[in-house]
Design a protein around this ligand. Structure first.
Ligand code: SF4
Ligand code: SF4
Length: 461
């Protein structure tokens, strides 16, 4: 054996012996890695590649990095982890891939391995992740306490004091702007308002169970209430299982797979008892994990079958209203003022990446919006590409998140829309943040599609 061969072999042996590389060999689906034929069709769809122009910040580049680690020809060094962290997890690379590479699953498996073996987060990022992902979102009672704390801050004068005193200036600029656009929080969720059962209006055409979410239920309680009422209006009996919890999406996307699986199992048990036709989500990010519970638990002998059964029933609320709802009863009409005159409004739509790329239902909200009279719908350039929210991405990767958002807002401004409609709480906050950054809040507002429809349907009764 030549000296060079010996040197390469010893280098490969040294690289492949790192705990992270060993873990990745065990967890990554090698067939999926080799399915990538390096055509590069995914690059135009990738926001981080578009922003940086770096191969390593593209789907093809990231897959090549993963494969190089698994093959033992590259050490999973700091640069490797940075590129995995920089990915938005938007999965825009999947629908355009001719080889049907499941990039999202590869990313989750890689992040899971990194979390277990080699995560090197900045101290504040680590603290934020642990507090939110492990100790807050999974617990309904703690979410209520968080909602209560935020409500106290918003209503007691503390917010006024914090803004007036300038103490918020210790926060980064984007956090100061985010503080301004946070919705009114609540200590009560949808169940506390409507109970665990809400009957269909008229003869029921089916029974659905509502997934209320963790953040949705304390920060967007009104949207949850409107979701139930719209479903009822469309002919569904609505059940809201009380023992459900956070879907696990934020945990799964951040490499906390064991925690995500535990949350999924609790939800499967909670919804199993309800015996419903569909399980409905009003948040693209949550729905996308709920619909993949079968993948998440595919190797769990106890839960695999139940997870498949659960996943088959999951629908986004817009999709269900459009495809199965009693639309004549919905009687979608325009908003009217007190004199019965119509109020024309210009709207645009920012798609939820996970609603489009995973649930494959990104056009359902567009079709519903189109049914509302007196709406001037203006399609936004790049409406289907990520807004930079990405779960907690805008908190832990603020530079890239704001870069993506600022480009998004250039297109939003071109529409001259009064309303930017979205189907996910993260997108809603991010778009409202963009509106704030552009100082457009007197002209433009981000609104959930459900609230937009509810205002035009429910308040007529
Ligand atoms: S489009 Fe698919 S096959 Fe082509 S480079 Fe991207 S991931 Fe690989
Ligand atoms: S998930 Fe989004 S950001 Fe990540 S590689 Fe795919 S397209 Fe790019």
């Amino acid at each position: 054996m030549s000296t060079t061969e010996t040197s390469i072999k010893s280098k490969v042996a040294a690289v492949s012996s790192t705990p992270l590389a060993e873990r990745m060999k065990l967890t990554l689906n090698y067939d999926e890695l080799t399915n990538c034929m390096r055509c590069g069709f995914c690059q135009a769809a990738c926001p981080t590649f578009q922003e940086t122009g770096y191969e390593a910040a593209s789907p093809r580049g990231r897959i090549a990095l993963m494969k190089a680690v698994v093959d033992g020809v590259m050490e999973p060094d700091k640069m490797f982890q940075e590129q995995m962290d920089l990915c938005l997890g938007c999965r825009a690379c999947e629908p355009v891939c001719p080889a049907d590479v499941k990039y999202g699953h590869l990313l989750e498996q890689t992040r899971d391995a990194i979390e277990e073996k080699a995560a090197e987060h900045r101290v504040w990022v680590k603290a934020l992740r642990t507090t939110l992902l492990k100790h807050t979102f999974p617990f309904q009672k703690r979410m209520r306490i968080l909602g209560g704390g935020m409500k106290l801050y918003q209503k007691s004068g503390l917010r006024w004091l914090a803004r007036k005193s300038g103490v918020l200036k210790i926060l980064p600029v984007h956090m100061q702007q985010l503080e301004k656009v946070m919705p009114e929080a609540s200590t009560k969720g949808v169940v506390e308002h409507l109970g665990t059962f809400y009957p269909a209006k008229g003869n029921p055409i089916g029974t659905v169970a509502m997934f209320r979410g963790c953040i949705m239920d304390v920060m967007f309680t009104e949207t949850n209430i409107n979701t139930v009422k719209l479903l009822s209006e469309a002919g569904f009996d609505v059940v809201i299982p009380e023992t459900q919890n956070c879907c696990g999406a934020l945990q799964a996307h951040s490499g906390e797979m064991d925690l995500a699986k535990d949350l999924a199992k609790k939800n499967i048990r909670a919804f199993e008892a309800a015996q419903v036709d569909y399980i409905v989500s009003n948040a693209g990010g949550c729905g996308a994990l709920l619909i993949e519970y079968d993948h998440l638990l595919h190797d769990d002998p106890e839960y695999a079958k139940a997870a498949k059964h659960f996943a088959e029933k999951v629908r986004d609320v817009s999709q269900l209203l459009l495809e199965k709802g009693n639309l004549p009863a919905l009687n979608l009409l325009s908003g009217k003022n007190d004199n019965g005159q119509s109020k024309p409004v210009t709207v645009t739509y920012q798609n939820s990446c996970h609603l489009k790329n995973v649930m494959k239902a990104g056009n359902a909200p567009r079709h519903l919006i189109a049914k509302v009279a007196d709406v001037n719908f203006v399609e936004m350039t790049g409406a289907d590409s990520c807004c930079g929210s990405g779960g907690i991405y805008n908190l832990v990767q603020p530079e890239m998140s704001m870069q993506v958002l600022d480009h998004k807002m250039e297109h939003a401004k071109e529409t001259n829309a009064h309303l930017v409609l979205t189907s996910n709480p993260g997108c809603l906050l991010q778009m409202q943040l963009g509106i704030e950054r552009e100082q457009l809040s007197d002209k433009m507002q981000a609104v959930h599609v459900v609230d937009f429809l509810a205002e035009r349907i429910l308040e007529k009764q």
